[in-house]
Design a protein around this ligand. Structure first.
Ligand SMILES: [Zn+2]
Length: 73
């Protein structure tokens, strides 16, 4: 008889290992601004994240290509 709990656990690990993260979801940092009378206070409301929609794995946030940006100068 198959242990269902163990089977589910194995399936989940395999899914993550086999996932090629083809559906990465980038969430940029979002700020909210509060007018405090003497100026605007900016706070981070949502932190930047980069996760795979398929398996939920947290991926490395892609770095901006600074070399490409500098080339224009
Ligand atoms: Zn994935």
């Amino acid at each position: 008889m198959i242990d269902i709990h163990d089977a589910e656990l194995d399936a989940r690990i395999t899914e993550q290992e086999l996932c090629e993260h083809k559906n990465p979801n980038y969430q940029p940092t979002e700020y909210h601004e509060t007018d405090v009378g003497i100026g605007i206070l900016t706070n981070i409301s949502i932190h930047e994240s980069y996760t795979c929609d398929d398996c939920g794995t947290e991926l490395d946030i892609p770095e901006p290509d600074w070399d490409l940006m500098r080339e224009g100068k």
